[in-house]
Design a protein around this ligand. Structure first.
Ligand code: HEM
Length: 509
């Protein structure tokens, strides 16, 4: 039955502005969920001419974004980026691209790099950076929020360019793009007509030109530096070297596209992983009984040593705490919008071409039927057969892979395995090494509160700054953390030196 589009329920719309006046930019997902509770699991709204359909039922998301992926895998334009969809061939930001040839070939290339790295256990990079992070938790504990993001950034910079020292700039660059693309970023993303003001009276466009050009130049420098090191025989394996070596067989068009594809890959792994790591720490501070259970499991399964990726099958409690953290505090709570390429009817409703479909992750993960007691941290929902989300065998489940948080269909996240592995290694290590507690006020002796519901409202959210304490579980363990890092660091330096020394020989071959 075909009915008219305006029968789809939703909040009353004002002419032109739609509903922009009472959609708060802060914690927007809460308002979307409030509307879902009133208007149902699929409703429409509008903002300054842009049509939205908000979906808060997993089955509907599946029907639209997976079964009908052919029509619903495009992306909406981000107003405050130049050619975000790459309609005009800019080829810069894979996750934001429309469903075009650049997206298809970069998705394939990115997938190939990440899969190869995962199969090789990231060439030891994840375990190495986890050891560095634990050491930093001893030497600079109050900077833990920075160091955990830096760990994620170093993993990406090492995989991409074999250079962990690039992490600080990579994180800064990730922050710049994340802010620029989010509705809570520049006002021009919401008040879109402002973007068209002439350049001399348009500070937003001028700032974006600067940000964009610097980012592109940096990505290009990375590619050129890698090529030049390859010519000298001193570039160790990394994604970039692989691309250059396979330039004939791979489908990317040239240096501009290759440098952007790799730059974007290095960038996307920073705040995506940083968010759940922060929330895992909070979950453990608030639920010491689960921290104790993770510690017991790790101690028994690993015989006293720090867990690594190889131990995953033996650590279901740890995996349940990670999975429940990501359910309880999702870090992309609004979901990432898809866009309809053509008019299409769904259950009799017309979804017009250009409509944005928002799979509201916050609502999926707070569905009380699938997740009873949704507002509370209950890892047992993945460990005890009486819960609807229990899945056996526990050597494999729970896993974060396949969560709604990673999106849908043809656009589903390419970093699921990396997220799973990095979370397991980092969270396992921190539980193994430390007791995680509230800090106490030196004067009053009172616990310093950690706010659970305060974050920014960017597309990938990050909690507001908070304090907590990392207490090594024993003096022995503290020494072990220090020694294992010093030895890993020395080994890494020796391997790099050895490779550099072999350069002469390789050049003559
Ligand atoms: C907790 C961690 C992460 C979450 C929650 C997450 C979430 C998402 C979501 C929601 C999407 C869009 C899916 C859709 O449109 O339906 C996405 C896309 C993507 N993600 Fe992730 N992500 C995470 C980590 C990562 C990591 C670590 C990487 C790589 C290093 C990565 C790489 C990508 C890429 C390349 C895309 C674009 C796919 C496309 O547009 O075709 N993600 N991610």
């Amino acid at each position: 039955r075909k009915v008219r589009d305006d029968e789809l329920p939703g909040p009353t719309l004002l002419p032109y502005i739609g509903r922009v006046h009472d959609l708060p930019i802060q914690y927007m997902w809460l308002k979307f969920k409030e509307w879902a509770d009133i208007y149902g699991p699929i409703y429409k709204t509008e903002m300054l001419g842009a049509k939205f359909i908000v979906v808060s039922d997993e089955r509907i998301a599946e029907e639209l974004l997976v079964k009908r992926a052919k029509n619903f895998s495009d992306r909406p334009m981000v107003r405050s980026l130049f050619d975000s969809k790459s309609t005009h061939g800019s080829m810069e930001y894979l996750p934001l691209m429309g469903k075009n040839q650049y997206w298809a070939r970069q998705r394939r290339a990115t997938h190939a790099s990440l899969t190869e790295a995962a199969n090789a256990q990231y060439y030891g990079v994840v375990n190495h950076e986890v050891k560095r992070w634990l050491h930093r938790l001893i030497t600079e504990p109050d900077k833990f929020c920075d160091t955990l993001e830096d760990m994620a950034s170093k993993v990406m910079c090492t995989l991409t360019w074999d250079d962990p020292s690039l992490s600080e700039y990579n994180t800064k660059s990730a922050w710049g793009l994340l802010t620029q693309m989010s509705p809570a970023g520049p006002i021009t993303n919401v008040m879109t007509p402002l973007w068209s003001l002439p350049l001399f009276m348009n500070p937003w466009k001028r700032a974006e030109i600067k940000r964009h050009d610097e980012q592109q130049a940096w990505w290009m420098e990375r590619l050129q530096a890698t090529r030049s090191k390859m010519e000298q025989g001193v570039q160790r394996p990394c994604f970039t070297r692989q691309y250059i070596e396979n330039s004939k067989s791979q489908k990317l068009s040239g240096d501009y596209e290759v440098s952007s594809c790799l730059g974007m890959l290095a960038l996307v792994g920073v705040f995506t992983v940083g968010g759940p790591l922060n929330y895992f720490l909070m979950s453990m501070v608030y639920h010491p009984e689960w921290l104790a259970r993770c510690q017991k499991e790790i101690d028994e399964a690993c015989g006293g040593r720090m867990p690594t990726l190889d131990d995953s099958a033996k650590l279901p409690t740890l995996r349940a705490c990670i999975r429940e953290t990501m359910r309880w505090k999702p870090n992309v709570p609004t979901g990432v919008a898809h866009e309809a390429e053509e008019d299409e009817y769904y259950r009799g409703y017309l979804i017009e071409k250009g409509t944005r479909i928002l799979p509201l992750d916050w609502a999926f993960l707070r569905n009380p039927i699938k997740y009873p007691d949704p507002d509370n941290f209950r890892p047992e929902r993945f460990l005890e057969p009486s819960w609807p989300t229990f899945q056996a065998p526990l050597t494999q489940y729970p896993t974060v892979k396949g969560m709604t948080s990673f999106g849908w269909g043809q656009r589903a996240c390419l970093g699921q395995t990396l997220t799973q592995d990095e979370m397991l290694a980092a969270c396992g290590a921190v539980c193994w090494g430390f007791n995680l507690t509230f800090k106490t006020n030196a004067v009053t002796g009172e616990e310093i509160h950690i706010p659970l519901n305060k974050s920014n409202s960017l597309l990938i959210v990050k909690p507001d700054p908070y304090e907590m304490a990392f207490v090594p579980r024993s003096e022995e363990r503290k020494q072990e953390i220090i020694e294992q890092w010093l030895s890993a660091d020395a080994k890494d330096a020796a391997e790099r030196a050895e490779f550099a020394n072999g350069a002469e020989k390789r050049r003559c071959m």
